[in-house]
Design a protein around this ligand. Structure first.
Ligand SMILES: NC(=O)c1ccc[n+]([C@@H]2O[C@H](COP(=O)([O-])OP(=O)(O)OC[C@H]3O[C@@H](n4cnc5c(N)ncnc54)[C@H](O)[C@@H]3O)[C@@H](O)[C@H]2O)c1
Length: 212
């Protein structure tokens, strides 16, 4: 198997975590092979699509044998970067931030919050969900170089200056939960998560595309 990351269609890439979860369970239960019909039944994707998807991975099912579970798992782990741990920092240990620190992201994917920052003296020096909380003033000194992702759960007015400092420190991706629209250089990826918009969108879909 090549170590080069392979280009696969986006629609296929989206189904990977689905396949991965199911194959992991199969492997745990000791199954060594699986047919596209079995997979289709379990993940609710038609078997022609599964066969096409798997052909991108160089996995060609043999008639009467099916697919080798171990081969597929190794491929998926590589592609989904399950082998690589990403270190994350969280800024703003308030209501939302505290909840995230208690949530164990490691359970389902390989991201780990290793350090948090705030300016509230009552929180600094404590550990929340096993994550140490430092003063924001110490970020330049304390944030390790291998932390590449930051979660922003601070009040909106301070989001931009904090993002600037994170970028300066080498952070490559920011998950922004504040309503502030943050500007970052083109080389930085920023994802805005606006719960109000998500909620509105859900209400819209319920109204216009009822499920029954
Ligand atoms: N709580 C929610 O359900 C929710 C939902 C959606 C979006 N948000 C957004 O997420 C952000 C956080 O919300 P929250 O409810 O947790 O607020 P919060 O007031 O409970 O927490 C904010 C935390 O940020 C810290 N802080 C303030 N200034 C700072 C600075 N300069 N540097 C570092 N830390 C600083 C505060 O000390 C506090 O611990 C807000 O922007 C809010 O609009 C919250």
């Amino acid at each position: 198997m090549s170590n080069e990351p392979m280009k696969i269609p986006q629609a296929t890439a989206k189904r990977l975590p689905l396949y991965y979860r199911f194959l992991k369970n199969l492997n745990t239960s000791g199954k060594q092979r699986v047919s596209s019909a079995e997979l289709s039944e379990a993940v609710k994707v038609d078997s022609a699509t599964i066969r096409r998807d798997f052909s991108y991975f160089g996995a060609l099912g043999k008639k009467g044998y099916g697919y080798n579970v171990q081969y597929l798992l190794t491929f998926f782990r590589k592609t989904l970067d399950q082998d690589e741990l990403t270190y994350v920092t969280l800024i703003g240990v308030g209501n939302l931030g505290t909840a995230f620190l208690h949530y164990n992201f490691m359970k389902n994917n390989n991201t780990k919050i290793v350090m948090a920052f705030d300016i509230d003296e009552s929180k600094i020096g404590t550990e929340i969900g096993g994550v140490p909380v430092y003063h924001l003033d110490d970020i330049e000194e304390h944030l390790p170089e291998d932390v590449t992702v930051a979660i922003l759960t601070v009040p909106a007015p301070v989001a931009q200056p904090i993002a600037d400092r994170l970028v300066e420190k080498g952070v490559k991706g920011i998950l922004n939960f504040t309503p502030a629209r943050i500007n970052v250089p083109e080389t930085i990826r920023i994802h805005h998560i606006d719960l109000a918009v998500e909620l509105q969108s859900l209400v819209y879909f319920l109204k216009h595309y009822p499920t029954e």
